[in-house]
Design a protein. Structure first.
Length: 255
C-alpha cells in the first residue's frame, strides 16, 4: 500500500499543475508497461512518484491506486490551473478544516473501490473548484460516494424524482440521498386532533431528496431541476444556506 503521507504534497502540486490539461488517456486500455513509458505522465508529480514505487515494488495494489488517481485527475483537468490553485489555497489556509486538500483527496481515493468511482469523485471535486458547491458539500458528497454501491448511485443520478415511497427508497435513505419526510403525516395528525379527519385516514411518511442528494444529482444530471424548498423547516434552512453559500462561492471564484 502507498504511504499517503509521502505523496500528499505531490497530489497538491499535481492538482495545481498546468500539465493536467494535456492529460488524455484511456486508463482502461493502458498496461503497466505503457504507463511506465508514458513521458507526459511522468511530468505530473504524484504520477511520477507512484510510477517509481510501482517500478520498485511491482505491487498490484499500487497500480490500481494509480488508476484511481488518473481517473480522478482526468476529470479535474477541465478547470484552469489558476482556479484550481486558488481554491485549494483557500481551503488549506482555512482552520475550519483539519486536513489539507491533498491529504484529504488521497484518503478519499484510497477508500474508492474502483477507478470508475474515483472518476465520479473527480467530477464532484471539479464542481467544488468551479464554485458550484462548497468544500463542505464536497466532503459530504464524497462520503456518500465512498459508501454507496456504484450501480445504485448511477441509477439515482439518472432519475428526477424528489419524493418516493419509503419502502422504495431504503438504499437511498441509508446512503443519505433521501430522508424520511413526516410532513404530510404531521398535518394529518393535526387534523385528527381537530376532529376533521379519522386516524385511519392519516397518510404515510414519504422519502424526500436531501440537499446533498439534490446537489449530487444536479452536478451529474444536467437535466435535473433542484427543488425550490423543503417541507421540513430544518432541511429547508439547510438547503437555503447551501444555495446562499454556493452563490457566494461563485462570486469569489469569478473575482
Amino acid at each position: 500500500m502507498i504511504d499517503i503521507d509521502r505523496i500528499q504534497y505531490d497530489i497538491t502540486d499535481s492538482l495545481c499543475s498546468s500539465k493536467l490539461k494535456d492529460l488524455s488517456i484511456d486508463i482502461s486500455e493502458m498496461s503497466i508497461d505503457a504507463l511506465m513509458n508514458d513521458g507526459l505522465l511522468k511530468q505530473i508529480p504524484v504520477i511520477k512518484t507512484i510510477l517509481a514505487i510501482i517500478e520498485t515494488t511491482q505491487n498490484l495494489s499500487n497500480y490500481l491506486f494509480l488508476k484511481k488517481i488518473l481517473a480522478f485527475l482526468t476529470n479535474v483537468k477541465g478547470v484552469s490551473a489558476k482556479k484550481r490553485k486558488k481554491m485549494i489555497e483557500v481551503i488549506d489556509s482555512n482552520d475550519e478544516y483539519k486536513g489539507k486538500v491533498g491529504e484529504t483527496v488521497l484518503e478519499i481515493l484510497d477508500k474508492c473501490d474502483s477507478a470508475k468511482k474515483a472518476a465520479y469523485m473527480g467530477v464532484w471535486f471539479s464542481a467544488f473548484l468551479k464554485g458550484k458547491i462548497t468544500y463542505g458539500m464536497f466532503l459530504c458528497g464524497a462520503n456518500i460516494l465512498e459508501h454507496v454501491f456504484l450501480s445504485d448511485f448511477q441509477y439515482f443520478i439518472e432519475q428526477d424524482e424528489d419524493w418516493m415511497m419509503v419502502e422504495d427508497a431504503y438504499e437511498e435513505i441509508a446512503a443519505g440521498l433521501y430522508y424520511i419526510d413526516f410532513t404530510t403525516a404531521f398535518w394529518d395528525i393535526r387534523d385528527v386532533a381537530a376532529g376533521i379527519m379519522s386516524p385511519e385516514e392519516v397518510g404515510d411518511a414519504g422519502a424526500k431528496i436531501t440537499p446533498i442528494g439534490a446537489a449530487l444529482r444536479a452536478v451529474f444530471n444536467p437535466y435535473y431541476q433542484e427543488p425550490d424548498s423543503y417541507p421540513d423547516p430544518m432541511l429547508d434552512g439547510l438547503f437555503r444556506r447551501y444555495r446562499a453559500d454556493r452563490k457566494n462561492m461563485k462570486k469569489n471564484v469569478e473575482k
